[in-house]
Design a protein around this ligand. Structure first.
Ligand code: NAD
Length: 421
């Protein structure tokens, strides 16, 4: 389906998000194809019952863990990577033997309609159903009993989903967001750091759950970092990013208006232009940002990058630990001790050293949040595990049936039982 309809997918992504074909490939179809290939390659081994050790007391017997499908999975997807975030969980759910009800995001209508049209042509509609719609439809869906709910989106709706799931004791995976910090240390390759941060922040016009939300820069490096970022912005998108075919648009007027207000939260170092008629916001870098300003209150989820300064690494760690646990944490540093200190003393869904967003690529790195950024994880084997019940099975032989565990519990039997245990 993905191979035969890639152009149609790129068209829908362009229409919903102004997404370039490259970003459509790199952030959506390439990731889905990789996930699929990996699952098909490893599925037989993931499915095989796994034998574990059986203690002497339980002998003679064999202990195994069976992977059992959960049943019917509800997958509620968001709008920012509307194809990838609908299909990647679907791959794991089907691989684990479940049937799925997929609810794409109504906020990306072209992609939602495309998925609703394509999926029944390629997958058995008895096993995979697509239900389009917004809040009323999702509310109705959440009234039903499912065996697992996989939700990707914001934490407010995450709470609604979890409450609805609790009514049926349905387990949930919540893939949420938050403010993912990016530390730039004193000892750093600034050229590479600037390039990678700018790429990750302005990919999909900043509408990425694991985009670096803000930078915590060592005070001595701030001026150089900003200079480098300004240079990189021109290299990437030219003098007028609005004219660049590689730069996306904001999903809708509501988000455009929300983001436009955040630009005033600091001193403009780059960008700042906004055009509601085109849902355009220039790649914007802010400096001298007060941590109490609106841009630092919630996840930005758009092309605005506040650069805050810190006197040293410990101040950066304290700043991060005073806030919700982020979905991703980024650190640019050449100092191995500093890297280890940050990884050991902070908690985040995932982390990446000297790059951003790259931890999404290895199939065997589970992807998910912690605390306010979510619960549960998926991708590769983690997806299979998420959508599987592990059934513990102990199969005993009958040729030996010592009376040691049966009453009457004599002192002799007790002594032997304790010795074998
Ligand atoms: P969204 O508005 O598309 O909402 C997500 C889904 O929830 C949609 O399918 C929508 O129909 C449904 N929904 C919305 N309101 C609802 C309600 N009241 N009741 C029931 N269902 C409802 O997407 P969004 O929430 O704006 O997505 C952006 C957020 O998602 C950001 O916070 C981002 O960080 C996060 N996100 C996380 C990941 C991840 O993998 N962890 C990926 C992408 C986005």
């Amino acid at each position: 389906m993905v191979a035969e309809n890639e152009e149609a997918m790129f068209g829908a992504l362009k229409s919903d998000l102004g997404k370039s074909a490259f970003e459509g490939w790199a952030g959506e179809t390439y990731l889905i194809a990789g996930e699929l290939k990996h699952a098909r390659k490893h599925l037989a081994s993931w499915m095989r019952p796994k034998r574990v050790r059986t203690p002497l007391l339980a002998q003679p017997g064999v202990s195994k863990v069976y992977a059992e499908p959960l049943g019917v999975v509800l997958n509620i997807a968001p709008w920012n990577y509307p194809i990838q975030l609908a299909l990647a969980p679907l791959i794991g759910a089907i691989a684990a033997g479940n049937s799925v009800v997929l609810k794409p995001s109504e906020v990306a209508p072209a992609c939602s309609a495309l998925l609703a049209r394509l999926l029944p042509r390629y997958l058995d509609p008895e096993c995979v159903a697509v239900i389009e719609g917004g809040v009323p439809e999702t509310t109705r869906l959440l009234e039903q009993r499912f065996d697992h709910i996989f939700y990707t989106g914001n934490g407010t709706v995450g709470r609604i989903v979890m409450e609805a799931a609790a009514r049926h004791l349905t387990p949930v995976t919540l893939e949420l967001g938050g403010k993912s910090p990016c530390i730039v240390d004193e000892d750093v390759d600034l050229e590479v750091a600037a390039r990678r941060i700018v790429w990750g922040k302005f990919f999909n016009a900043g509408q990425t759950c694991i985009a670096p939300d803000y930078v915590l820069c060592h005070a001595s490096r701030e001026a150089q970092l900003i200079e480098q970022m300004k240079k990189v912005l021109i290299e990437f998108y030219g003098e007028d990013p609005k004219a660049s075919p590689d730069y996306g648009r904001i999903i809708n007027e509501r988000h455009h208006a929300r983001l436009s207000k955040l630009i005033a939260s600091g001193e403009l170092a780059a960008g700042g232009q906004s055009d509601p008629t085109d849902k355009y916001i220039a790649p914007t870098v802010l400096r001298k940002v007060d941590p109490a300003s609106p841009v630092m209150a919630d996840e930005i989820f758009g092309p605005i990058l506040p650069v805050l300064t810190v006197p040293d690494l410990d101040a950066a760690i304290t700043f991060i630990n005073a806030r919700d646990k982020p979905l991703a944490l980024y650190l640019f540093s050449r100092n191995a001790e500093h890297v280890e200190r940050v990884l050991q003393r902070t908690s985040s869904g995932g982390a990446c050293v000297n790059d951003v967003m790259a931890h999404l690529i290895p199939h065997e790195l589970p992807f998910g949040g912690v605390g306010a950024s979510g619960m549960g994880a998926y991708h590769g084997h983690a997806s299979f595990e998420t959508f599987t019940h592990k059934k513990s099975v102990m199969a005993k032989a009958t040729f030996l049936d010592p009376s040691i565990r049966y009453p009457p519990y004599t002192p002799g039997k007790t002594k032997w039982a304790k010795r074998l245990a």
